[in-house]
Ligand binder design. Sequence first.
Ligand SMILES: *[C@@H]1O[C@H](CO)[C@@H](O)[C@H](O)[C@H]1NC(C)=O
Ligand SMILES: *[C@@H]1O[C@H](CO)[C@@H](O)[C@H](O)[C@H]1NC(C)=O
Ligand SMILES: *[C@@H]1O[C@H](CO)[C@@H](O)[C@H](O)[C@H]1NC(C)=O
Length: 414
Amino acid sequence: MFLAVLTFTAIASALAVPSTELVERQLGSQSANQTILQPVTTKKLTSITFPQSVREKLIWGPFKLSAANGKHNGQLDKGSDTFNTILGGLCSDCYILKADYNIADKEGTRLTLNEGVYLHHAIVMDTSQTQPGMPLTAVCSAKELADGAAALAKGSSNGMASSSGMGMSGHSHSRRSVSSPNTQAMIHQKRQSGAANSFPVPATLITKGNEDKIAYYAAPNSTLKTGFWLGKGQHVATTIDAVNYRNETKDMYFTIDYEYTPFPQGKPKDHLDVAMSIMSSNGCGGLAFHPPKDKSVTYTSNQWDVAIDGYMLNILPHLHDGAVDLQILVNGKSTCRSQAIYTPSADKFDGKQWESITGYTTCDKPIQVKKGDKIFMTSEYDLTKHNLRPTTQDHGEAEGMAVAFFQFARDNKQ
Ligand SMILES: *[C@@H]1O[C@H](CO)[C@@H](O)[C@H](O)[C@H]1NC(C)=O
Ligand SMILES: *[C@@H]1O[C@H](CO)[C@@H](O)[C@H](O)[C@H]1NC(C)=O
Ligand SMILES: *[C@@H]1O[C@H](CO)[C@@H](O)[C@H](O)[C@H]1NC(C)=O
């Protein structure tokens, strides 16, 4: 799994960090005179998760990937090709409830490494709206902030930046090292004292890498009405960056399979808007930690203060192999426990079969939080049960990490 860029952009967009080239590029595209790319195919499908909603699958393309041994224009990976476009054909005056974003062939079937293609990252933003401020503020001591800044200045090993992707071993490709975005983001955010945005970042629909990750903007089976609003003036700027491992050009398509509720009369008052957000086990400094080999250990994050009334929903952890679970505690009470699901990997490593995290159990219910609530995140790692991922470079072991992505629905009534 590729995390540096994914997290980089996720954090950047979620926390409104300036000076990130990707976000700037997206912002730039707002004024750029780009033509809107219409889908080549629009299929009506039956809604699965939200039975009352409309489901469609749109396919855009082709995007021509150069041959592996050809010339590439990727900004973050020398073997990748980057495409920036504005996607047309999506609903307008609608709340998106769920969406699955993938690279695909002409028929809309997902492309994977079996076809020699790897999605380095995809970022989809509506540049007609800005991302609201962060709902959570990391509470950090002066020392923690100083340590974080020092780590950042040194460009020191940061969990996200240095992770190289077990599932991808043998397919790993060179990456520019990214200095700790987390630290930078959090420090920045701390200085921003939480909720206020000094820098407009477009509302983000998704940032993802090659992993299987469906975005939920509403909690399935919940009475809480939320969604990602797309209005008439939408401008869905999209960056797709993919790697072709074969020595022949490849036609790649981009698909969005999504469920939405149309509101032709305009935005309804009883729905809450969601925004992508994130918290980590260390909002004050580096992300990586090194669990002991012989026993279970539970990491507890710094304190996070809630800055805005609302709901945390669809919490999606990112843990490394070795992890057991991730929990979110609000005012000392566990409100979500998501467990890592392990599957034996196809590849053996040093003759051993490895198990890797392939998914997480979900926390179904939205978690209501109020301004001033105190949140902690814990994560148990147990290396006697699960191995750390071996790194591809030196057969050493990767580090542990605990991050939770979630959608935050702001309460309009406050
Ligand atoms: C901008 O868009 C308009 C309308 O599509 C087109 O006529 C014009 O040539 C474009 N300008 C640039 C600089 O691309
Ligand atoms: C692709 O091309 C490169 C250089 O042109 C060559 O070294 C490599 O073996 C080729 N790979 C395949 C699978 O043909
Ligand atoms: C929603 O509830 C229905 C009926 O109880 C159940 O079958 C379905 O699996 C639930 N959906 C999700 C996504 O939890």
